[in-house]
Design a binder for this molecule. Structure first.
Ligand code: GAR
Length: 211
């Protein structure tokens, strides 16, 4: 059974998709040990509570320095001995010490088709604002392993989503979530939980996949 710790910051719809997929059986061989939020008001914590999952808050505001916060966050994660750390709408910049502690064991969902619209400053609604500003016709979402860079790790799954005339950032965000994020995040966890994902030379190979 793959033990997951899920890191969140806000609404937690991706967390909900994972919870529902485990309950419904589209994710097998995995269980959520804990949900950790940097934001005490994150609705994701309520979703964890509703599902009977332990939820805790580690807020940078309660630590003197970023270094202390990073250490506390890492210690909290390690206390659950997870096999996989899932960033599901987590807005914390993951420190190098965490990447070193969990090599190819941290995954993130990004609301665009990496390497487009990613990197520093590209998170949440801002990504969709930039997509609309640029006028691209196709966007999407990406699940990737986390390395020392920002959105630079090996790509596990991607799904394209159409940009439509009249889209606002909010409308586009919702479509990207519904059509891509809530599907590929559970799919990626299920593949990892069933031993079907390996990383070779910085690229992900999926057993039974066509890459
Ligand atoms: C999601 O769209 C996720 O892809 C994005 O934040 C949103 C969180 O929604 N993550 C990032 O931008 C990470 N760089 P949620 O809390 O409802 O899952």
């Amino acid at each position: 059974m793959l033990k997951l710790v899920v890191l969140v910051s806000g609404g937690g719809t991706n967390l909900q998709a994972i919870i529902d997929s485990i309950a419904g059986g589209t994710i097998s061989n995995a269980e959520i040990k804990a949900v950790i939020s940097n934001n005490p008001r994150a609705y994701a914590l309520k979703r964890a509570e509703n599902a009977g999952i332990e939820g805790i808050c580690i807020s940078p505001k309660t630590y003197g320095t970023r270094e202390e916060f990073n250490r506390a966050l890492l210690a909290a994660i390690q206390s659950y001995e997870p096999d996989l750390v899932v960033l599901a709408g987590c807005m914390v910049v993951i420190p190098e010490m965490m990447v070193k502690a969990f090599p190819n064991k941290i995954i993130n969902i990004h609301p665009a088709l990496i390497p487009s619209f990613c990197g520093t400053g590209y998170y949440g609604l801002h990504v969709h604002e930039k997509v609309l500003e640029r006028g691209v016709k196709v966007t999407g979402a990406t699940v990737h392993f986390v390395d020392e860079g920002t959105d630079t790790g090996p790509i596990i799954l991607q799904k394209a989503v159409e940009v439509k005339p009249g889209d606002t950032p909010e409308i586009l965000q919702r479509r990207v979530m519904e059509e891509a994020e809530w599907k590929i995040m559970p799919q990626a966890i299920n593949l990892i939980a069933n031993g079907l994902v390996k990383v070779e030379q910085g690229k992900v190979l999926i057993d039974g996949g066509n890459q």
